[in-house]
Design a protein. Structure first.
Length: 321
């Protein structure tokens, strides 16, 4: 396939582009910088400069592509959520999405697929309620932002484009994301649960994020919302204890809820909110998850995994493939 990736130089995007290139796809990365392809990723990438707020001539890049993947968006877990910060977080998502959709509409040979990132933040804080793709959105800043973000992407369906809304959970890999920030306190014997620890932690391994995207590209039955989370969500306390055990460290120091709220303000809802999202649609469509349990994922990431290693067919086939 010829695949255009916006946000291809980020944490998820870099890994995804490597997977696509290894698969034999022709990958074009939209970037705001003037870096060369050799600086940005593996051989086989083509870089095109763009302005996410101005899609002038963007259709020239998108025309004839098979798919567009949009991973744009500033990190919601960095900085306190002031009014200006909230505006910047939403603009970094809905702005590029609208720009891409408008450019798709101007293409003579339109892409057939748009995979647009979203987040499990769509569901909000829902306790132990099991949340599938059919569940309603929650309340608060994150759910409301995700609703508007997805609406901007869904507009591409008016151009006969198959739209997949990838509701991504907490992505695990030590090279970035949440786990990179969790490791230092556990290494220093200071790790532990946040708040009461009963909030659900909707995790997924980075390999399965790229695997789900590749599967969605190739499977025409996949459309609409897609929970990008592992099949077995765990509570924050269970995850913390598994991480500590995997690192041969204690799990003794619970961070009180009031301390998390004092430190992070409104943004603490990411850390203390409970989202028990499950990948019902991915399982229904036959996607084969590489990592089902947080224990296996953490052991694999931290180098003491004894199970079956990833092989040449994963993540390109389903369990029925």
């Amino acid at each position: 396939m010829r695949v255009v990736v916006a946000g291809g130089t980020g944490f998820i995007g870099r890994h995804l582009c490597q997977v696509l290139v290894r698969r034999g796809d022709n990958v074009v990365v939209l970037t705001r910088s003037s870096r060369t392809a050799s600086e940005a990723g593996p051989e086989g990438l083509e870089l095109r400069q763009w302005n996410p707020s101005d899609g002038t001539d963007l259709e020239k890049t998108l025309d004839g592509a098979d798919a567009v993947i949009n991973l744009c968006g500033e990190n919601v877990a960095e900085g306190r959520w002031t009014a200006d910060r909230k505006r910047a977080l939403e603009d970094s998502r809905t702005g590029p999405t609208t720009t891409l959709v408008d450019a798709i509409g101007r293409c003579e040979n339109k892409p057939r697929i748009l995979i647009n990132s979203s987040a499990v933040g769509y569901y909000g804080d829902r306790g132990d309620e099991e949340l599938t793709e059919d569940s309603s959105p929650g309340e608060g800043f994150l759910p409301e932002m995700c609703v508007r973000w997805e609406k901007a992407a869904q507009a591409a369906s008016e151009h006969d484009v198959r739209v997949i809304l990838l509701r991504i959970g907490v992505v695990l890999e030590k090279s970035g994301g949440a786990l990179q920030k969790m490791l230092p306190p556990f290494n220093a014997f200071l790790g532990g649960p946040l708040g009461n620890g009963r909030q659900y932690f909707p995790w997924i391994h980075l390999n399965d994020v790229s695997g789900l995207i590749v599967y969605a590209l190739s499977n025409t039955a996949v459309e609409g919302p897609l929970n990008c989370v592992a099949p077995h969500p765990v509570t924050n306390e269970a995850f913390s204890r598994t991480l500590a055990s995997t690192m041969a460290r204690p799990c003794l120091f619970r961070v009180p809820e009031f301390a998390v709220k004092a430190l992070f303000g409104e943004m603490s809802e990411i850390l203390l909110g409970s989202t028990r999202a499950v990948p019902s649609r991915a399982l229904e469509k036959g996607y084969f998850f590489r990592f089902h349990t947080s224990e296996d994922a953490l052991k694999y990431i931290l180098g003491n995994y004894t199970g079956e290693a990833p092989n040449q067919w994963w993540p390109f086939l389903s369990k029925n493939g």
